[in-house]
Design a protein around this ligand. Structure first.
Ligand code: SF4
Length: 360
């Protein structure tokens, strides 16, 4: 298939659903760990098309949602400094921190700029040599190589006013944490297509060998997702556990070696704190010693007050797949896209936003 319409073909979708219904003989819980999958599962009504034996759970696949308040509070504290230009992707603007948000700070005069690419942050630093440009580096393996490239370029240019506030996270260690959660008892993973384009197939192998969990790296169109579900159920019914690539038009077994080489030239693996999941060993990145000068936290102390979470928001449990937005008493009543209480309602890839938009 070549054109996008073909991946949304109704007859082919019906054929795949029929195959899933025929193949599925026992209850299974599958989790998607990519926000784009979550959104498209709701957009195309995929949950409603599946037999009762198949339960889909949404995991921590939205980088905005898994960023803890502590990181947001640090970004807010930095934005209040007179000589700082805080640069971010737009979806972080409305995420509530402990007592404010970047959008509120901007409305009160902070120099916060929204960009579409980290290269824009580099340009801002070059054009404003008297100010510190700090890029809020949030994202998974999909975006972190581009940030690494910006740091390599900044080093080559001798830029000394460009910094990052580090919030990158790695997906496979979070999947390990989820598998080890007894409350979930997952039967398989729909693995993220974008992340896997960078990291390839191998980093998921431990899930199949150690935990006997089938994994399928999936594309994002409805037929991709349905085919991936069928591939997972097929493995489960045969008591097999392998890592398979459904999204072959983008993902290679070895991933993208050049992107990985750039990524690990600037960064090394570290532990990281996730909203809802807590501290996960080896699930984050920190700058290598030779790039430490770009780490804003290394260079300047950042004072934040007490880190607070809204006690009524259950984003943490939703990100773990143990609750859904429908379990949240604030959903729709108080928390809506125009008045988000938690990050899962802010981000277009968040579960609460997907439920709000598509599950009427
Ligand atoms: S509906 Fe709002 S308050 Fe409830 S979990 Fe989602 S983001 Fe948090």
């Amino acid at each position: 298939m070549k054109y996008i319409d073909e991946f949304r073909n109704r007859e082919l979708a019906q054929g795949l659903i029929k195959k899933i219904v025929e193949r599925s003989t026992r209850p299974v819980k599958l989790m998607e760990v990519c926000g784009t999958h979550t959104v498209n599962i709701f957009r195309y009504g995929i949950k409603e098309l599946l037999p009762e034996t198949v339960t889909l759970l949404s995991g921590p696949g939205c980088p905005v949602c898994v960023t803890p308040n502590e990181t947001i509070d640090k970004a807010i504290a930095l934005s209040r400094e007179k000589d700082v230009i805080l640069v971010t992707f737009g979806d972080m603007m409305d995420v509530p921190g402990s007592s404010s948000s970047l959008a509120k700070e901007k409305s009160q005069g902070a120099d916060i700029r929204v960009v579409y690419s980290v290269q824009d942050a580099l340009k801002i630093a070059t054009e404003n040599p008297k100010k510190k440009t700090v890029f809020l580096a949030i994202g998974f393996e999909t975006t972190s190589p581009t940030v690494a490239v910006s740091l390599i370029e900044a080093e080559e240019l001798g830029l000394r006013n460009y910094f990052i506030l580090q919030g990158h996270k790695l997906i496979p260690p979070a999947m390990k944490a989820l598998v080890e959660d007894e409350n979930l008892a997952l039967d398989g993973f729909i693995c993220p297509g974008h992340v896997s384009t960078i990291i390839g197939q191998r980093p998921y192998q431990f899930l199949a060998t150690q935990y006997k969990l089938p994994c399928v790296i999936s594309g994002f169109e409805p037929l991709d997702i349905l085919q991936s579900i069928y591939m997972l159920i097929n493995q489960i019914e045969q008591d097999r556990a392998e890592v398979k690539i459904q999204y072959k038009r983008s993902v290679k077994e070895e991933g993208n070696p050049l992107a990985l080489q750039k990524l690990y030239r600037a960064f090394q693996v570290s532990d990281s704190n996730w909203r809802g999941l807590g501290l996960i060993p080896g699930s984050g990145l920190k700058l290598r010693n030779e790039f430490k000068n770009f780490d804003v936290e290394e260079k300047f102390p950042i004072e934040v007050g007490e880190v607070k979470e809204n006690p009524d928001c259950i984003c943490g449990s939703i990100l773990k797949g143990i609750k859904t937005p429908l379990d949240c008493p604030l959903f729709r009543k108080v928390c809506r896209p125009e008045n988000p209480i938690g990050p899962c309602m802010v981000s277009s890839e968040g579960s609460c936003a997907a439920y709000y938009k598509f599950r009427q």
